[in-house]
Design a protein around this ligand. Structure first.
Ligand SMILES: Nc1ncnc2c1ncn2[C@@H]1O[C@H](COP(=O)(O)OP(=O)(O)OP(=O)(O)O)[C@@H](O)[C@H]1O
Ligand SMILES: [Mg+2]
Ligand SMILES: [Zn+2]
Length: 508
């Protein structure tokens, strides 16, 4: 007799339905799993054999073949244990139940306990779309699974529990989840911009970046608060929508990055890959296709600290994906696309020792050394960063002063500025000023005679590079938007020029 049990495989961020077909025939006892299983799936049979026996069921002394169909789809992960076990029990007549409306997902321990797996949200969402009525998942993944909606989620802790449910002995109650509540509970940050004392110029610069969707470069001596400020940028980005949160949760789930107890990522991600990280871990891919740091930062912030220390090839590999807001990882069998729409924040010291330009005069680096250090930054990458902010240590008096404005206050203004841009660009393929390019800059950032003259003077006297020109216009556009003005004036241009410190000081 052939039985069919439904389960799923993860392909990129999407789930695909997989059917575990079991056939038992007389012959030498054997147990084979076919259908492009990878090593973890091939090992499933050992776990299943032990789990079945140790749960008090009979493992057949027959020739058993489990085929995971479609056979041309590579099967990875441990979620196939449970469906294979169910196929064994059904194929040997130990379970007599209608299984068509179910999908089964879960890893089995040797004693039959069900363990959580990665990618559950993607798998269950796919099952719901394909019209399955019920999903049996490990208890650990229940909350995550309920985020998919439109399918009953049955959480179980062990194989016997699933068995009892299927034979009608003790039915498992479907789990329900108050998504709105989960979302609002999980979306609170425990850090706030008001923690940053003083530093009004830095605060203003950050607000502009977030308002116009600009990437940010922070340069300053050690202890000037670069990391502290960067960590707080997610708190002033517009609130995440539930759809965005679910998208991010899928990425984390597939990457196996969901922390235990956290089932919905409702806060904007903040990722800080170390400068020694490999290109694969940053952009994704590898032998086990999985999202990299830039995708884990999707809808949030990718923070590259000590920017000049990153390897050139690593920086190079993330440049295009960050521009396209997606990365396609190609493997022998298939290619997967992961989103990576993240705000880029980079931080660096002005020189190797860190104290170049510090009033204390500590820095002993020569001009050449400073240039060589900063010269390690890739020009094309710098082209993607509109705003440079110089951080100097907070003044003692400021540290003692009142707390600054809260993230919530700042966010209100950010939202307003974003609304203006959304409305302005509704007929374009962009949504914020940072995405303006070429002809769109001319169309949406017109400047008058006076502003034009000012820019020309700045180019001549400060020696600005050509790459600075369009950046200044875009940032000036954002400054005007934050002020609720349609026209860009000289003040806006002057302020925007001030945000090109690397061009002015270091890269001439
Ligand atoms: N404006 C500020 N308000 C309150 N605390 C601050 C401020 N700036 C810095 N600090 C304090 O100083 C500490 C060091 O700051 P932070 O680590 O952000 O500096 P950094 O610029 O990233 O230094 P490094 O170059 O060494 O990485 C912070 O943890 C914070 O406690
Ligand atoms: Mg730091
Ligand atoms: Zn130095």
């Amino acid at each position: 007799m052939i039985v069919k049990v439904n389960t799923g495989a993860v392909c990129g961020l999407e789930g695909k339905i997989v059917i575990a077909e079991a056939d038992f025939s007389n012959g030498l006892p054997a147990f084979d799993v076919v259908g492009l299983p990878d090593a973890t799936v091939r090992e499933a049979k050992e776990r299943v054999r032990a789990a079945v026996k140790n749960s008090g069921f009979e493992f057949p002394a027959k020739r058993a073949v489990i085929n995971l169909a479609p056979a041309d789809l590579k099967k990875e992960g441990t979620q196939f244990d449970l469906p294979i076990a169910i196929a064994v029990l059904a194929g040997t007549g130990q379970i007599k139940a209608e299984l068509d409306e179910y999908i089964f997902i879960g890893e089995l321990g040797l004693s039959g306990e069900l363990r959580g797996v990665s990618g559950v949200l993607s798998l269950v969402s796919c099952a719901a779309e394909c019209g399955f009525k019920k999903a049996v998942v490990p208890m650990e993944n229940v909350e995550e699974a309920t985020l998919s909606g439109n399918i009953e989620i049955l959480g179980a802790t062990c194989l016997s529990e699933v068995y009892s449910h299927l034979i009608g002995e003790k039915e498992i109650e479907p789990s329900v989840c108050d998504i709105e509540k989960l979302f609002s509970d999980a979306s609170k940050y425990d850090i706030d911009f008001s923690d940053v004392r003083g530093q009004s110029a830095l605060r203003r610069g950050c607000e502009l970046c977030v308002s116009g969707g600009h990437n940010l470069l922070l340069i300053g001596t050690p202890g000037s608060g670069k990391s502290m400020i960067a960590q707080r940028i997610p708190t002033i980005l517009p609130d995440m929508s539930l759809e965005e949160a679910i998208e991010v949760t899928k990425i984390y789930s597939v990457a196996g990055e969901l922390e235990s107890g956290v089932n919905l990522i409702a806060k904007r991600p903040f990722r800080t890959p170390h400068h020694s990280a490999s290109a694969v871990s940053i952009v994704g891919g590898g032998s086990k296709a999985r999202p990299g740091e830039i995708s884990l930062a999707h809808n949030g912030v990718l923070f590259l600290d000590e920017f000049p220390e990153y390897r050139k090839d690593v920086i190079e590999s993330m440049r295009q994906p960050l521009e396209d807001k997606k990365i396609t990882v190609t493997r022998a069998a298939a290619s997967y696309t992961y989103p990576c729409n993240a705000m880029l924040v980079v931080a660096l010291n002005p020189c190797k020792c860190g104290y170049y330009g510090d009033p204390s005069g500590r820095c002993r680096c020569s001009e050449t050394e400073v240039r060589r250090y900063l010269g390690k930054i890739s020009g094309p990458m710098l082209d993607r960063i509109d705003i440079h902010l110089e951080a100097s240590p907070v003044k003692y008096a400021d540290l003692k002063a009142m707390r600054g404005e809260s993230s919530a206050e700042i966010k209100k203004r950010v939202n307003k500025a974003r609304e203006i841009q959304k409305e302005r660009y509704k007929n374009e393929a962009i949504s914020c000023n940072a995405q303006l390019s070429g002809a769109l800059i001319e169309k949406y950032c017109p400047i008058g005679e006076e502003e034009s003259q000012m820019l020309k003077n700045a180019f001549d006297s400060l020696g600005l590079t050509a790459r600075a020109y369009s950046r200044i216009l875009k940032v000036a556009r954002t400054i005007a938007d934050c002020d609720g003005r349609e026209n860009i004036n000289t003040m806006d241009i002057a302020e925007a020029i001030g945000y090109r410190s690397l061009d002015r000081k270091y890269f001439r």
